[in-house]
Every structure is written in structure tokens, then in C-alpha cells.
Design a protein around this ligand. Structure first.
Ligand SMILES: [Zn+2]
Ligand SMILES: [Zn+2]
Length: 334
């Protein structure tokens, strides 16, 4: 671990209650003698590039936590000031502070852009004297401020420019009001009035706030497998097993909420077709590949499509085997 001098510890600001850890880092770099953003970050961490909103974990989180470790347990900072609690239930990693994950693939719209709410920014300025980027605004696929129910700002409506890297904010302590490239008006995206979109969003907030729990991944995988009807992935495919897998995938394709899938996924076609459904909701991979890292949005849409709700996910060993088969799920979701 890098040794941190006491002077650097005192210079690093406490994150505001809703502030993302990287937003506090941004404020820290403004006090740095170096006006160059990566050089200022290097005072704390070698992890300086590509600071988007969509990565679950990265080395710089651990390096910032090391500055605080006398006063905060590491996970408290991660849980309160990053998307840790949203991503963690779905992934196989053991120690979030020791890994540097790439962005989880999945082709999710609106997850890499930094987003902010104009009304929240005004409140922050009044209460704390600075603007900050909020953690919950960065939930993948989220484009609405939960507190103010207004669209989040994340792009220029004229040139479509967006803030993809924290370094893009380095020049100005205030959040931008106009596009720095073309002076165009800034805006975001409307949240569609779609029950599945709202469900995914509600669960996402619940996970982040610790109000919602999903079953552990081994239970969720077991539920997918029992829904498919094959406890193990067949080592050699036969006509019979192919048919079982195809039927499960066809069910997902027929039942998926296409408007919701189009809202969340860039690559989902407007018409239901089997290749795009398999691409965005890879059921077989989710069910049988234990080390596969799938985006939480993928799991949430699979859960919604197959089981209807988290409470309906059949748990192994609790005597409700009959509810987990493909035919029974059809009636649950009908
Ligand atoms: Zn707001
Ligand atoms: Zn512009």
C-alpha cells in the first residue's frame, strides 16, 4: 500500500452525504498544487484514467479508503459513496478493494455518463458551499432524480457531448450550465412510463440504499437452472437438451418487455427477434457460468421476465420446488 503523508490525509475532503467518492476526489484535486488532473490524482493513486460513472470497483477507491481507514471501515465509504451495494450482490469478486474491474459489459444505455440534477446542485451549494456528483444519480440506466423527480442532466442537446471522465469536470468547480464545446443547452432523457423500467429502477435504488436484498448468486443461478429444467449444463448437447434450452430462451424472448429492453439496451432491436434477446438476456450464461460477470440490469430483467418479482424467485431447500419449472413460471407471469 502507498504510504500517505498526514498532510495528504487532511487535504482529502470528507464526502458530503450523497456525494460519490470520485466527486470528493475531484474536489481534492482542486486544492492540489498541480493543475493537471491526472497528476493531482497521482498524489493518491496511480489509477487516474477513464474515470467514468459505470465501473463497479477500481483501485482508486481502495487508495482513497486508505486515507480514511483510521476513522471509517473501508466498506462504509464504499457502501455510502459508490455503487458498491448495487453491484456487489451480482458478482463473484471477494475483495472489492483489491481489484480493478473494467466496466461490466452489457450494452446498457446511460451508465458511463456522469449525471447530475440541477435542483440538487443548487441545494448542495446552499448547504455545503460546493457542487457535487451524487452516487444515486449514477445508477446504470437511471436518468431521473429520485428526490426532485426531474430529468438528470448528462449531455448537450445540440452536439450530444457528454461528461464521460471525471477529468472533464476538472476545469470548473461548478457543474456546467452550458456545453463547454458548443455552448448548447444541456439536458438528459425522459424516463418512460413503463412498469418494468420503474420496477428495475426501484429495485436498483433499493439495492443501493440497502432496503432490498436479492438471493445469493448460487440461489439465483439454481433458480434459473430449475426454470430451464436442467440442473447441470449438458456436457454433450443432445436433441433433447437443445430443445429444453431453446424452449427456455424462447420463453424469455416472448415474455421480455420490449419497451423496457429498448430503454436499457443499446443493441436491443425494436422487434422481438431471438438473436437480440439472447444478446441482452443471456439466460444460459447466467444459469451455468459461475464466474460470468453479468450486469445487474441483465439479472434484474431476467428476474422480472421469468419470476415477475424478487419475492417469487424459488429458493432451493424451502420446499417450493413445484413453482420453479418453466410451465409453473408461465402461470406466475401470465
Ligand atoms: Zn435532485
Ligand atoms: Zn455541445
Amino acid at each position: 500500500m502507498r504510504r500517505i503523508s498526514p498532510a495528504m490525509y487532511y487535504a482529502f475532503p470528507n464526502p458530503a452525504p450523497k456525494e460519490h467518492l470520485l466527486s470528493a476526489l475531484l474536489r481534492y484535486t482542486r486544492f492540489s498544487p498541480s493543475s493537471n488532473f491526472p497528476n493531482a490524482v497521482k498524489m493518491i493513486s496511480p489509477d487516474t484514467s477513464g474515470m467514468g460513472a459505470g465501473r463497479p470497483y477500481r483501485k482508486v477507491y481502495g487508495d482513497i479508503c486508505a486515507l480514511f481507514d483510521q476513522h471509517h471501515p473501508d466498506h462504509q465509504l464504499l457502501e455510502q459513496h459508490t455503487l458498491f451495494r448495487y453491484f456487489q450482490p451480482f458478482e463473484p469478486f471477494q475483495n472489492a478493494l483489491k481489484i480493478n474491474t473494467p466496466r461490466i459489459p452489457g450494452g446498457i444505455r446511460v451508465q458511463t455518463q456522469w449525471r447530475w440534477c440541477v435542483a440538487c446542485a443548487e441545494e448542495d451549494m446552499e448547504m455545503y458551499g460546493f457542487h457535487s456528483l451524487h452516487t444515486d444519480h449514477q445508477l446504470p440506466g437511471n436518468c431521473l432524480c429520485e428526490r426532485h423527480q426531474t430529468p438528470l442532466t448528462f449531455r448537450c442537446l445540440a452536439c450530444q457531448g457528454a461528461w464521460l471522465d471525471l477529468a472533464d469536470f476538472a476545469g470548473d468547480p461548478r457543474l456546467p450550465e452550458r456545453c463547454p464545446h458548443c455552448a448548447g443547452k444541456l439536458g438528459g432523457r425522459e424516463l418512460p412510463d413503463n412498469p418494468t423500467v420503474h420496477w428495475v429502477r426501484d429495485i436498483s435504488f433499493g439495492l443501493l440504499e440497502g432496503r432490498v436484498r436479492i438471493p445469493p448468486m448460487y440461489q439465483l443461478r439454481a433458480a434459473y437452472r430449475r426454470f430451464i429444467g436442467l440442473e447441470q449444463r449438458p456436457t454433450t448437447r443432445t436433441v433433447a437438451t437443445n430443445r429444453v434450452l431453446a424452449e427456455a430462451n424462447r420463453y424469455v424472448r416472448d415474455q421480455i418487455d420490449c419497451d423496457a429492453a429498448n430503454y436499457f439496451f443499446r443493441c436491443f432491436a425494436s422487434k422481438q427477434n431471438s438473436s437480440s434477446t439472447r444478446a441482452v438476456l443471456p439466460l444460459t450464461k447466467a444459469a451455468y457460468e459461475e464466474m460470468a460477470v453479468l450486469h445487474p440490469v441483465i439479472h434484474l430483467l431476467l428476474i422480472r421476465t421469468i419470476f415477475g418479482d424478487i419475492n417469487n424467485i424459488p429458493m432451493t431447500g424451502v420446499g417450493n420446488d413445484d413453482h420453479s419449472t418453466l410451465s409453473a413460471s408461465k402461470t406466475i407471469c401470465a
